[in-house]
Design a binder for this molecule. Structure first.
Ligand code: PBG
Length: 331
């Protein structure tokens, strides 16, 4: 036998020479849940190891993350029930604590990249990403709200705006709104192929943002988020986002949608981001807690798989754990 593939697998040093995929800490984006108040660090029950942070508690946490080499963070606000309404107006109110948090974080860590969330659901008393009228999600009126949210977020210092709402035409609408207000340099990371997935559960727990139970309100997000069966449609969404001026294309969730990540990576030149969502992370954590698999091995393998599929950026709740592990191993 002259040809023996096992020769290239003989030692760690040899395997390192032919390793095709690497996950760098600076390619990870760490999602963080925020809450107004002081001294709060509340664990999300369905996503152990993740918390709702008040600003004073978050700053030292961010410092620790930055020392580990993490540079990018995506922030999601939990909003008190009393501040929610059908039009999500608190989302673009200058009083929105989310904006003040971002301003303060940028003051402390100007070198950090902050990514925002543009969608109505944290602020909407109906729990949808758009305005609900007569049992329907109204696309074009929602764009007005999203545009206003994007402007106040850019003003607060967010580096990249993250529309996660899946309304038609929102990337172009937001791009115009930003440009008209002098924010030409603020980027847009579009949730391009965001599927109506069952894997967002822990996230909705963290923000208490699930659609409310009421006969007049659609009980799911299937009229705007994509059907999990569809692949060709992701190309259509990506083409629109590219034409409308997106700077990054995101696929969400990641693990069950590796084929979509690969597809967009093959067809588009824009950087591809993958959102390794709350339910996907929670599954690994739960299995590890039961002693059914070893998280320290399963977690980096998972992130490598997402990179291998074609994502250059991974949004993951494991960002800090991965950075800690890497620091320990000094790869
Ligand atoms: C809502 C939004 C969701 C997530 C990010 N932005 C949930 C949803 O669409 O209901 C999910 C992220 C996760 O599960 O980690 N705009």
């Amino acid at each position: 036998m002259r040809i023996r593939p096992r020769r290239n697998r003989q030692s760690d040093a040899i395997r390192s020479l032919s390793r095709e995929t690497h996950v760098q800490v600076e390619q990870l984006v760490y999602p963080l849940f925020l809450t107004d108040g002081k001294g709060v660090k509340e664990e999300v029950a369905s996503l152990p190891g993740n918390y709702r942070w008040s600003l004073d508690m978050l700053l030292p946490e961010l410092e620790e993350c930055m020392k580990l080499g993490l540079k990018s963070f995506i922030l999601f606000p939990a909003i008190q029930e009393g501040l929610k309404n059908k039009k999500g107006t608190y989302g673009y109110s200058k009083d929105n604590y989310y904006l003040k948090f971002a301003q303060t974080i940028k003051k402390h860590f100007p070198e950090a990249c902050l990514i925002s969330d543009v969608a109505m659901d944290p602020y909407n008393s109906d729990g949808h990403d758009g305005i609900v009228q007569n049992g329907k999600i109204i696309n074009d009126d929602t764009l007005e709200v999203l545009g206003k949210m994007a402007i106040v977020q850019a003003e607060a210092g967010f580096d990249i705006i993250g529309p996660s709402d899946m309304m038609d035409g929102r990337v172009g609408f937001i791009r115009d709104a930003l440009d008209e207000n002098g924010f030409q340099d603020t980027g847009i990371m579009s949730y391009t192929a965001k599927y109506a997935s069952a894997f967002y559960g822990p996230f909705r727990d963290a923000l208490d943002s699930a659609p409310i139970e009421n006969d007049e309100i659609p009980k799911d997000k299937k009229t705007y988020q994509m059907d999990p069966s569809n692949k060709r449609e992701a190309l259509r969404e990506a083409l629109l986002d590219e034409q409308e001026g997106a700077d990054y294309l995101m696929v969400k969730p990641a693990l069950n949608y590796l084929d979509i990540i690969h597809l967009l990576d093959e067809h588009f030149d824009l950087p591809i981001a993958a959102y390794h969502v709350s339910g996907e992370c929670a599954m690994l954590i739960a299995a590890a807690q039961n002693g059914w698999l070893n998280l320290e091995e399963a977690m980096p393998e998972t992130l490598t798989n997402i990179r291998r599929a074609g994502a250059s950026i991974i949004l993951t709740y494991f960002a800090k754990m991965y950075a800690q592990q890497k620091a320990k191993l000094r790869y």
